[in-house]
Design a protein around this ligand. Structure first.
Ligand code: IPM
Ligand code: MN
Length: 378
């Protein structure tokens, strides 16, 4: 059965990552006759250059028709001065909204071999394996009204709105509980219920949903405390479920526990979940501008994202606790891989290129295949 995969490399580091991810996908495709049919299109700055908009309607239609979309990164200095409504990031927000990709899975995993890549003490972070489930199509990112008005005294005032409906909260809470159920059975819902009305409803609805998951231990935490706990004792968490903006911030914080956002994948799922895995980047232009991420190289994220597409059960199963991500997710093989990456990263020019990452993965493939366990490779 053929599966259509739409590749949207985006800008900056995106095409570089994607070229390697595609090699890995093609390798798996050939080896296991998976029937993947890859096609390419543009998003972000590349789409602005070609179509004048960051996501053309025909690209959106192709994404809708595809079984999965693999997306790189968007944005860059070239498009910095463009007005907000057609900035490269709008392409990302549009594809999320239009495809209903409300469930964003952002793991932060630190292999013991990389413990000293973190800025935190190794004992605090070694073996870290947490998952942030971020609501991706609601809240303040999309809330109306928003805009700028003139006050009576003549000064301008800008405003955004943070709305959450019960159904929006319920469906993301379910993703959180489902994930916790197949991992460590602990879910922490993060909100600001001591201040925000939307958070009060969030907490209430999460409590209701919890009744269907008696086997999962639910806790609640205010977002400011969660930010603190993530650097104090991150291993206390298993799955965190939170809203769009808190998830944006906390997932960056969590990624840095592992030393680099560049090594971590992300998936954005729609309500079908099955067959609709869409890998989304963990970083946008902002991160690169801020110097959090090297503009070229230093990333194996595309490789991991490609692996995510290959995971049977489409994405969610991939984030089971203890199930190591990446192509060839057997812990030992993965361990060798990351150790190799680490060496090339901290020796020499201090960087590991996507190509090097892909080569490492590809070189491990026969090892894993030899073990005769296809599921381990996929
Ligand atoms: C992310 C990014 C995006 C977001 C930007 C680029 C719009 O920061 O995926 O986390 O804020 O969601
Ligand atoms: Mn972000």
């Amino acid at each position: 059965m053929s599966k259509q995969i739409l590749i949207l490399p985006g800008d900056g580091i995106g095409p570089e990552i994607m070229a390697e991810a595609v090699k890995v996908l093609e390798l798996a495709n050939d080896k296991y006759s998976l029937g993947f049919e890859l096609s390419h299109d543009v998003i972000g700055g590349a789409a602005i250059d070609k179509h004048g908009v960051p996501l053309a309607d025909e690209t959106l239609d192709r994404a809708r028709a595809a079984d999965a979309v693999l997306l790189g990164a968007v944005g860059g200095p070239k498009w910095d001065k463009i007005e907000r409504d057609i900035r490269p990031e709008r392409g990302l927000l549009k594809i999320r909204a239009q495809l209903g990709l409300f469930g964003n899975l952002r793991p932060a995993i630190l292999y013991p071999q990389l413990a000293d890549a973190s800025s935190l003490k190794p004992e605090i972070v070694s073996g870290l394996d947490i998952l942030i489930v971020r609501e991706l199509t609601g809240g303040i990112y999309f809330g109306a009204p928003r805009g700028t008005r003139e006050l009576e005294n003549g000064e301008r005032q800008s405003y955004d709105t943070l709305p959450y409906s019960e159904s929006e909260i319920r469906r993301i809470a379910r993703v959180g509980f489902d994930m916790a159920r197949v991992r460590g059975k602990k879910l922490c819902s993060v909100d600001k219920a001591n201040v925000l009305a939307s958070s009060q409803l969030w907490r209430e609805v999460v409590e209701q949903v919890a009744k269907d998951y008696p086997d999962v231990e639910l806790s609640h935490m205010y977002v400011d405390n969660a930010a603190m706990q993530l650097v104090r004792a991150p291993k206390q968490f298993d799955v965190i479920v939170t809203d769009n903006m808190f998830g944006d911030i906390l997932s960056d914080e969590a990624s840095m526990l592992t030393g680099s956002i560049g090594m971590l994948p992300s998936a954005s799922l729609d309500a079908n979940n099955k067959g609709h895995v869409r890998a989304m980047p963990r970083f946008g232009a902002g991160h690169r501008r801020a110097g959090h991420c090297q503009p070229v190289g230093d990333d194996s994220v595309g490789v991991d994202d490609a692996a995510l597409q290959l995971q049977p059960g489409c994405g969610r199963g991939r984030y089971r606790k203890g199930r190591q991500p990446g192509v060839g997710p057997r812990a030992a093989h993965r361990g060798h891989l990351v150790a190799g990456l680490r060496e090339s990263r901290y020796a020499g020019n201090g960087r590991c290129s996507s190509r090097r990452a892909a080569e490492s993965v590809i070189s491990l493939a026969p090892l894993v295949a030899d073990a005769g366990k296809r599921a381990h490779f996929l």
